[in-house]
Design a protein around this ligand. Structure first.
Ligand code: GAP
Length: 483
């Protein structure tokens, strides 16, 4: 058996995700809703497993990190204090002929990609460097000139007939209650972080936390993204897994390094090759940060951000103190002083992590058989700990007492992990279906099981099979999950 180069095209992954019940376009019967997706049976389970793995690595493996679950709706002043009402916007440009709207950075990056495809890496690098410098200074006149100078055209109209560049706020708003006036306008949170900041003292006091300590949360966030593309990479409704780590002012550099390294270790613990990851330091810092970087992964469409590590200073707590007129200070008993803590944030998108895992796991594999013929299978090499199903239990036939034996094993194992039971179809076909959803182990119950209590266990990746006592199956699977 040999493996062909992985076909990791995004299109193949999208089709596979839909065919096998991982991800569907939202409200598909009405032709879907742009940049909004639903998770199907295996997708919902895989997403939960990734979320749980993150949650446990934060709140179970660190004695000084606790979790919260705060509301999506928050008092509107929260977003004035956080700076999102004034600054959470993207520079946009419209093409006057096609009326198509673009994010300026995406438009320029798209042109840089074309330069790379044409073999002119140096010109692409220069273009991106020029763009970063102009973005860092909010120089929209300069950015417009850059677009004009490079003759960057709209992909729909093919013209370079552009409007001026304008800012566009990314927050969705709605009304609380039935009266429409400005005071009742509230926002769907664009990040989960602010629910943590406004609860900083509630958590610190009730959980009796001492600095340094962290507060973690997972939950939905909403952004009115203009360029919504690349499947679940950029969505309008998505989920974040965020942790704010509260520290003594002046210690931010060392904690920034600490979390940068810890988070990379977490990513690599999922068995992904280090060369698929890289750090990208921010040139243009968000309004709240004094240092920031992205952890980038090489998706089928290139290296892109999956997680942000931000040194947020005391910006958020100070602003909430100013706007709410409530003290946000911490009393440090070790130095007998009050201060507003500094914060290091780790923020990873759950849906992006899901796409990362799928891109990494997906393989179209050619199998060279002993008789000289070849066969093909699509397999998801999901780590056992996050695979939706851990074990498929497959009686060889529907009769002769085999289903009864299989159900016995099912009852024993399902209390500990997700199992899947199936009697229908030839065994080879059943194996292929499990490969396609990433089930790490299949067990076949046959007539020999009745005689000596052994079963055939098949390993997904190597496709090897071995005969083991049925009584050992649960421990074997459990060990793989814990690894
Ligand atoms: N609290 C900080 C914050 O929200 P961010 O860099 O804007 O920082 C953090 O977002 C992470 O959230 C990103 O690294 C990405 O994984 C995810 N994310 C952001 N916007 C997203 C979108 N439109 N769709 C999917 N994931 C998104």
């Amino acid at each position: 058996m040999s493996k062909t180069p992985t076909d990791n095209t995004l299109q193949a992954i999208i089709s596979h995700a839909k065919e096998y019940g991982f991800v569907f376009p939202s409200s598909e019967i009405y032709d879907g809703l742009s940049a909004v997706y639903d998770y199907g049976p295996y997708g919902a389970q895989l997403k939960k497993n990734i979320r749980d793995y993150w949650w446990n690595s934060m709140t179970q493996m660190n004695e000084n990190i606790v979790g919260v679950d705060t509301a999506i709706f928050m008092h509107p002043t929260t977003w004035k204090a956080s700076g999102h009402v004034d600054s959470f916007s993207d520079p946009l440009i419209d093409n006057k002929d096609s009326k198509k709207r673009y994010r300026v950075d995406h438009l320029i990056e798209g042109h840089a990609d074309k330069l790379i495809q044409n073999g002119d890496q140096a010109a692409a690098d220069k273009l991106i460097a020029d763009m970063d410098a102009l973005l860092a200074n909010d120089d929209y006149v300069g950015l417009k000139k850059l677009i004009d100078d490079h003759k960057i055209h709209c992909s729909v109209s093919g013209t370079g007939n552009w409007t001026e560049i304008r800012q566009f706020n990314l927050m969705f708003s709605t009304e609380l209650g039935s009266v429409t006036d400005e005071a009742s306008t509230i926002y769907l949170r664009p990040e989960t972080a602010q629910g943590i900041f406004v609860n900083f003292l509630n958590v610190q006091k009730t959980a009796r936390m001492k600095i340094p300590f962290g507060i973690a949360q997972t939950g939905k966030a909403f952004r009115n993204e203009i360029v919504a593309r690349q499947f679940i990479f950029r969505m309008r409704e998505f989920e974040q897994m965020e942790m704010q780590f509260f520290i003594k002012p002046g210690t931010q550099k060392e904690w920034y390094e600490h979390w940068k390294n810890e988070r990379m270790k977490w990513h690599l613990s999922l068995g992904i090759a280090p060369n698929k990851y890289r750090f990208h330091d921010h040139v243009k810092l968000a309004h709240y940060a004094d240092a920031a970087l992205d952890i980038e992964y090489e998706f089928p469409f290139g290296f892109k951000e999956v997680e942000g590590i931000h040194s947020r200073t005391d910006f958020d707590l100070s602003r909430h103190q100013e706007f709410s007129k409530k003290k946000m200070q911490y009393f440090d008993t070790e130095i007998n002083q009050h201060y507003i803590p500094y914060v290091i944030e780790t923020s990873v998108g759950l849906d992006r992590m899901f796409l990362l895992i799928l891109s990494h796991a997906y393989e179209e594999e050619t199998i060279h058989k002993e008789d000289g013929t070849t066969d093909m299978r699509v397999v998801l090499h999901l780590p056992a700990r996050i695979a939706p199903n851990k074990l498929a239990i497959l009686p060889l036939t529907k009769k002769d007492g085999l289903p009864e034996l299989a159900k016995e094993l099912m009852d024993e194992c399902k209390k500990s992990f997700h199992c899947f039971y199936e009697e229908k179809d030839a065994i080879g076909k059943r194996y292929r279906r499990q490969d396609a959803i990433g089930t790490p182990f299949c067990v076949t119950i046959d007539h020999q099981t009745k005689e000596d209590g052994t079963v055939t266990i098949r390993h997904r990746d190597a496709m090897t099979q071995e005969r083991i006592p049925m009584s050992q199956v649960k421990a074997l699977v459990q060990e793989a999950i814990n690894n």
